[in-house]
Design a protein around this ligand. Structure first.
Ligand code: G3P
Length: 217
């Protein structure tokens, strides 16, 4: 399973890239707004640090506008993927962009049938939002499970990005059902490294090692 970082915050992206756990990055208008920076410059900076797919979202309401924004963002770097909100308008933009060999990521997907429609439109990536589904009392991961089954039934090649991840259990569940990609907020990514027994173990090894140095002195 690949780990994408769900953030537009450069310090976290640089840190994850240094640790080797930034296979890609996903952003959205909310995450970008937090950075208070020029969007194209920020996308360029992310792409200079991460070699994998970097999703940048269009905000226009019409097909022509989405395609225009998509082309402009895609011209920033070869690994830019255009994030397009699901819908009748969005899927038309996806078809147009993919015809031009510009990769797309259909976002705000909340059902397996929306995912099927996005895959049929030729999307390269599909992002079901599991945390937001859990928030309203649905089982988000079921959408991922059913989407993976449907895509495999019809040999559709869109890759599922498990998105709206809120905690490490979401990551575990995604891995157990074989999701190809999970996009995680930095706060969740860093938690995956933590285990009290690992920390206690390191402290014990250190203490025993300095004890030995003392003895040999
Ligand atoms: O990439 C967008 C998605 O992951 C949003 O997550 O936490 O705002 O539901 P959240």
């Amino acid at each position: 399973m690949k780990f994408f970082l769900d953030t537009a915050h450069m310090p976290d992206i640089r840190k994850a890239a240094a640790v080797g756990v930034a296979d890609g990055v996903t952003t959205n208008p909310t995450l970008v707004a937090k950075e208070k920076r020029d969007f194209p410059t920020l996308v360029g900076e992310i792409c200079s640090v991460v070699d994998g797919p970097v999703s940048a979202e269009v905000t226009a309401d019409d097909v022509e506008g989405m395609v225009r924004e998509g082309r402009a963002l895609a011209s920033i770097a070869a690994n830019v993927v255009i994030k397009v909100p699901f819908g009748q308008v969005g899927l038309q933009a996806v078809r147009a962009l993919e015809r031009e060999k510009i990769h797309t990521n259909v976002t705000l997907v909340f059902s397996p049938l929306q995912a099927l429609l996005a895959a049929r439109a030729g999307a390269s990536y599909i992002s079901p939002f599991i945390g937001r589904l859990d928030d309203v009392g649905h089982r988000g991961m079921e959408v991922v499970e059913q989407t993976l089954e449907i895509l495999s039934n019809y040999d559709l090649h869109a890759q599922v990005i498990v998105a709206s991840v809120r905690h490490p259990l979401h990551v575990l569940e995604a891995a157990l059902i074989g999701a190809p990609i999970v996009t995680v907020p930095p706060s969740v990514l860093w938690k995956l490294f933590d285990h009290p027994l690992t920390e206690a173990g390191i402290a014990r090894f250190k203490a025993d090692w300095s004890g030995l140095q003392e003895t040999l002195r």
